[in-house]
Design a protein around this ligand. Structure first.
Ligand SMILES: [Zn+2]
Length: 113
């Protein structure tokens, strides 16, 4: 379950940001998780409880923002949501091989005090 490692990294970053702004508690932790990232949101939430213990993030609210996959068409420049791994451009019909969004796994923002 690599979600534990991902969560550890996210919490380390959040703690760093909190300390940098002189805060002693993190109230909300927002993560952006792409649908194509291979990360399971439920597993992240499960890992969060355990990993946050004893950190500035303990007791914080975890918000996971899902990001729908989006492709970019090199032929016509159209960006489109690609559902069910259908990468055909809806505008010109060309096959897109470039996934622009949906693979991210990042700390989006935190609320501290
Ligand atoms: Zn196109």
């Amino acid at each position: 379950m690599h979600e534990v490692g991902i969560m550890q990294n996210a919490i380390l970053m959040a703690e760093q940001q909190a300390r940098d702004s002189g805060a002693s508690r993190v109230h909300t932790l927002r993560l952006r998780v792409g649908d194509m990232s291979g990360v399971v949101p439920d597993a992240l939430e499960f890992a969060f409880e355990t990993v946050a213990k004893g950190t500035l993030v303990e007791g914080a609210c975890l918000v996971i923002e899902r990001v729908a996959p989006a492709c970019w068409c090199a032929a016509c420049g159209e960006e489109f949501v690609c559902e069910d791994l259908n990468y055909d451009c809806p505008r010109c019909g060309a096959f897109s091989t470039e996934l622009r969004r949906g693979t991210e796994m990042q700390l989006s923002s935190i609320e501290v005090s």
